[in-house]
Design a protein around this ligand. Structure first.
Ligand code: ADP
Ligand code: MG
Length: 453
């Protein structure tokens, strides 16, 4: 049947002509009226021609069209449609149209899924590749390409061990395949001179029958996590060290007193004074640690109130005047009237205290300290400057780190905890303000804090 439809129409016309001619030759012995025979045969030929044309129109042509349409569908063009009709071919067309429309729906769904998958894969924070059970890379995301270089086509449909250069990646896939279990490892990778830490996971994939179908390799940048971890370790080490110093000292003096040192009243007084000072230092340190911990707590909320700068300064300036005088320093105060802004009063007070405290501590006798507060566009500008020892340019970026002191012994002697500026930085940040510093060794330091109005 299919052969029949594949013959061109012209072949049928010629074949029919010869059939009619053959019939004529067979009928010649039975008639002498050749004219009538010719007329009958011609009419018969015309009738047959009409029949061919009719069948061609209603059967062959539509079937040919249906075949063309099926070929288009095979190529993936699911948008093609055929005209419906009353005949059997019409029914066939309806079925073909239904098939095309179904395939179209499936293709749309598949494309949508693929698009969703691509979006997901390319927007994850991790680098990712998918490897089939034969070891060929089937999917790769942009992050992976950015990390190791090259283009997607350098990796896709290639054997993973041929194209992956990183040993850790190859080993992770191999282990996932061999053990058929998820594995996790870490490695370091350099981008230029930057050392980055990564965690690599090899996850085997199974189908419904529990057969291994491939593996996914996920690489996560854990550099920040590592940094945080090392910061935490440093912090614990620093706190322990800071606490050990006064405790060792207190224990030593108490021991000496217990071992007979109390016989001399003057020594006893001196030792008790040292023990008192050390315990006071410990108290200050613990208070600063608690303040920092409160500021860093996720649940920390600022208590915002409309405050006048004078409300803060009038509480603290008398005490600082006294401290400054005791150190033969002059404290100059210049505070603009009616500077009103929204802030957490106790926290902002802490900024003033820590800044003036530093200015007093790091300024030798006969020096000057200036406290200036003024309104500036949309900020309150707090400026504490001194004529003190100043800070080396190279050290300036580090002074906001916890426990960092330019001169450890000096800071300790003045009762510093090494946390004052770290606390200020936090308070300024939570107020969405800014802090700037100008300093010159042996000339002095000027600290500027800007808090939004
Ligand atoms: N006004 C200043 N003049 C000179 N150095 C300062 C001044 N303020 C801060 N520093 C330096 O910054 C370090 C950190 O300050 P801070 O966090 O307040 O800790 P500390 O408890 O040591 O005062 C100080 O140890 C000191 O070296
Ligand atoms: Mg300080």
């Amino acid at each position: 049947m299919s052969n029949l439809f594949q013959k061109p129409l012209f072949t049928y016309v010629v074949m029919l002509f010869f059939i009619v001619l053959g019939t004529g030759v067979l009928l010649i012995p039975f008639t002498d009226n050749y004219l009538a025979l010719a007329i009958v045969l011609t009419i018969e030929y015309i009738i047959f021609l009409n029949m061919i044309s009719y069948f061609s129109r209603i059967l062959i042509k539509p079937v040919e069209k249906a075949i063309d349409t099926m070929e288009e569908i095979q190529k993936g063009n699911y948008g093609v449609r055929l005209q419906n009709g009353p005949t059997m071919v019409g029914t066939l067309n309806t079925k073909i149209n239904g098939l095309a429309s179904h395939l179209n729906q499936l293709a749309t769904k598949k494309n949508l899924r693929l698009e969703q998958l691509n979006t997901l894969v390319n927007n994850t924070e991790s680098s990712l590749i998918l490897i089939d059970e034969r070891g060929f890379i089937q999917l790769i995301n942009t992050k992976f390409i950015n990390m190791f270089g090259g283009k997607a086509e350098n990796y896709l449909s290639q054997l993973y061990y041929d194209v992956l250069e990183n040993e850790a990646c190859i080993k992770a896939v191999q282990k996932a395949f061999v053990s058929e279990n998820s594995i996790k490892e870490s490695f370091t990778h350099y981008i230029g001179i930057k050392k980055l830490y990564y965690e690599i996971s090899g996850i085997p994939i199974f189908n419904d029958q529990n057969n291994l179908k491939g593996a996914v390799l996920v690489i996560r940048d854990i550099t920040d996590l590592k940094k945080l971890e090392s910061m935490r370790k440093d912090f614990v080490a620093n706190v322990s060290h800071e606490l050990r110093t006064p405790i060792t000292s207190m224990k030593g003096f108490a021991e000496t007193l217990l071992d007979g040192g109390m016989s001399n009243e003057e020594t006893t007084r001196e030792f008790l004074r040292i023990i008192y000072n050390e315990s006071h230092r410990m108290q200050l340190l613990i208070e600063d640690l608690l303040t920092l911990s409160r500021l860093e707590n996720e649940n920390f909320r600022l208590v915002l109130n409309t405050i006048n700068v004078k409300d803060i300064t009038q509480d603290i300036i008398p005490t600082f005047m006294y401290h400054a005088e005791a150190k033969k320093l002059t404290l100059h105060v210049d505070i603009e009237e009616n500077v009103v802004f929204k802030a957490d009063k106790e926290r902002v007070k802490q900024i003033f205290i820590n800044l003036i405290d530093n200015a007093i501590n790091y300024t030798p006798e006969n020096g000057h300290i200036y406290l200036k507060v003024e309104k500036q566009e949309e900020y309150v500008h707090i400026n504490v400057s001194d004529t003190g020892i100043g800070i080396d340019k190279e050290k300036i970026p580090r002074i906001f780190e916890r426990f960092y002191r330019v001169d450890k012994a000096r800071s300790r002697n003045t009762g510093g905890t090494g946390l004052g500026l770290a606390i200020i930085k936090h308070i300024v940040e939570v107020h969405e303000g800014e802090i700037e510093i100008e300093s010159e060794v042996n000339k002095g330091t000027s600290m500027h804090v800007y808090l939004p109005l």
